[in-house]
Design a protein around this ligand. Structure first.
Ligand code: FES
Length: 155
C-alpha cells in the first residue's frame, strides 16, 4: 500500500460538449484550476510512486477521491505526463493521461474542461475528443475503488 503527497483542488466543468451527467459528476470539485502548459508547472500536482505496475491513492493522503466529483492530478514515478484521477460517483473512478493525443502537449484542466493549450483540442471528462485537431481520446487507465483507496493500473 502506498499513498502520497501534497494538496490539490482542481475541477473540470463546462466543456462544450460535456453531458449533464458529467457536469453533475464534476460539480462538487469546483476549486482552483490546475494550470498547465506544454512543459509548464502544474499547480497542486502530486508526485506519487507506483509499485508493481499499480498506483494506490489512499483516501487519507488524497481525500478528494473519497467523494464524488473529487479529483487529483498526479505524476507517476517522476516521469511522463500527469494523470487526472477522478471519483466519478460512489462506485466509479477514472484515470486519464493528460498527454494530448495530437502532438503531446500537456492538457490543461480547468473549470472550462480539458483543453490543450498548444493547438486548441478539447476533451470531454471521459477523455473523448470534442474538438480537434486531436483525433484520438486521452489514454485511459484501468481504475477502481478498493477499500479506502483508488487503485490505478499503470504498467
Ligand atoms: S498538442 Fe494538443 S492540440 Fe496539438
Amino acid at each position: 500500500m502506498m499513498a502520497n503527497d501534497s494538496d490539490l483542488n482542481s475541477s473540470l466543468v463546462g466543456a462544450d460538449r460535456v453531458t449533464r451527467r458529467e457536469v453533475m459528476a464534476l460539480g462538487t470539485g469546483l476549486a482552483a484550476a490546475a494550470l498547465v502548459g506544454c512543459g509548464g508547472k502544474i499547480e497542486g500536482m502530486r508526485e506519487v510512486e507506483s509499485s508493481g505496475g499499480t498506483l494506490q491513492l489512499g483516501f487519507q493522503a488524497h481525500p478528494e477521491l473519497a467523494r464524488s466529483g473529487g479529483e487529483v492530478i498526479v505524476r507517476v514515478d517522476g516521469k511522463g505526463k500527469p494523470m487526472l484521477v477522478r471519483r466519478v460517483n460512489d462506485a466509479e473512478v477514472s484515470a486519464l493521461s493528460l498527454a494530448c493525443t495530437h502532438l503531446g502537449c500537456t492538457v490543461k484542466v480547468s473549470q472550462e474542461g480539458l483543453a490543450c493549450p498548444c493547438h486548441g483540442s478539447r476533451f470531454s471528462a471521459a477523455g473523448d475528443v470534442t474538438k480537434g485537431p486531436a483525433k484520438a481520446p486521452l489514454e485511459r487507465f484501468a481504475a477502481a475503488i478498493e477499500g479506502e483507496a483508488v487503485i490505478v493500473k499503470v504498467g
